[in-house]
Ligand binder design. Structure first.
Ligand code: SAM
Ligand code: DTB
Ligand code: SF4
Length: 339
């Protein structure tokens, strides 16, 4: 296998060989890699909020927010900063450590930046990690967000370079790679992953994971979304992906990106507890937490807390900050760490 000075680059054949392993061998390998780098019983929890909803000019075939498809979604303009901070406070209270704000934009406009920056600053002041997903960024925009204190920027590659054109025609794969490079150069952490179950071949899942793992610095956070089939989108009729194939994707992502958080992202609403447990065993160590993703349903917080309890999982605390789950106790004990 070819070697870079600091880490491996992955060929398609290497990755295909992982997908081809017997399921038990693959899961054993993924779990071994996982526990070499993480506490296997901790899961990072992020809460999502759609800060601008629907009427998006892009044509992503999976997305309920594209203006091109009639999904019955109610559009909403960019939210007021105060309303966003109220939701962030709620998320913190429910136990999230990161607050992710998403906008149905091709890219942010100059006129939106003051509000966006105020949201980043306000959410940080609450002691939460901040993440945004606003579409394409140029280098000046990325620098502005970084300067405002944005911790993570989410921008997904979605699928392989080969299948990409079947799903999106209004922006290119290179546009996405350029945005990710601008985010990295500005000094923010990268959150990038994709969607499976969009009618792609296994070779496309291999291709997606290869792109992510071979980045000069792989994303710190890798969301693996299962397509949420929303009526009215061009992909609403597709057959479900074999759940074991979904688990394989998680396991392979874990092996290729040993120090990244792999997020079991969209699609949990229709997954059994048993399937989610297998995903955690395969190395998923992050979830979206709270009853809504951006526009579609997610398991309610109580259901996830119960699942965590049954599996002996605990929410991961923010590393360089005061603990969020037990902040009242920490205060009583005179903890001095700040967010
Ligand atoms: N508009 C921005 C953009 O696309 O870059 C940010 C928001 S967009 C909704 C964020 C991501 O959500 C997409 O890149 C896609 O990976 C994911 N997503 C959207 N609709 C989805 C669906 N129906 N199922 C699974 N993931 C979805
Ligand atoms: C990601 O990879 N998945 C999230 C987040 N990043 C922005 C979005 C999932 C959206 C699912 C469809 C919806 O709720 O609109
Ligand atoms: Fe717009 Fe983002 Fe949805 Fe694509 S994924 S249609 S860019 S909101």
């Amino acid at each position: 296998m070819a070697q870079l000075s600091t880490r491996e680059t992955w060929s398609r054949a290497d990755i295909q060989a992982l997908f081809d392993m017997p399921f038990n061998d693959l899961l054993f390998k993924a779990q071994s890699v996982h526990r070499a780098h993480f506490n296997p019983n901790e899961v990072q929890v992020s809460t999502l909020l759609s800060i601008k909803t629907g009427a998006c000019p892009e044509d992503c075939k999976y997305c309920p927010q594209s203006a091109r498809y009639d999904t019955g979604l109610e559009k909403e303009q960019l939210m007021e900063v105060q309303k966003v901070l109220e939701q962030a406070q709620r998320a913190k209270h429910t136990g999230a450590s990161r607050f992710c704000m998403g906008a149905a934009w091709r890219n942010p406009k100059e006129r939106d930046m003051p509000k966006i920056i105020a949201m980043i600053q306000g959410v940080r002041e609450l002691g939460l990690e901040t993440c945004m997903t606003l579409g394409m960024l140029d280098s000046a925009q990325a620098a502005k967000l970084a300067e405002a204190g944005l911790d993570y920027y989410n921008h997904n590659l979605d699928t392989s370079p080969e299948y990409y054109g079947d799903i999106i025609t209004t922006r290119t794969y290179k546009d996405r790679l350029d945005t990710l490079s601008n985010v990295r150069t500005a000094g923010m952490k990268v959150c990038s992953g994709g969607i499976v179950g969009m009618g792609e071949e296994q070779s496309d899942r291999v291709g997606l994971l290869q792109q992510l793992a071979n980045m000069p610095v792989p994303p710190e956070s890798v969301p693996i979304n299962q397509l949420v089939k929303v009526e009215g989108t061009p992909l609403d009729h597709l057959e479900d992906l074999d759940p074991f194939e979904f688990v394989r994707c998680i396991a392979v992502a874990r092996i290729l990106m040993p120090t990244s958080h792999v997020r079991l992202s969209a699609g949990r609403e229709t997954m059994s507890d048993e399937l989610q447990a297998l995903c955690f065993f395969a190395g998923a160590n992050s979830i979206f937490y709270g009853e809504k993703l951006l526009t579609t349903a997610n398991p309610v917080a109580e259901a996830d807390l119960k699942l965590f309890e049954r599996l002996g999982l605990t929410p991961e605390q923010r590393k360089e900050s005061k603990p969020l789950f037990y902040d009242a106790t920490a205060r009583e004990q005179g903890a001095t760490a700040t967010a």
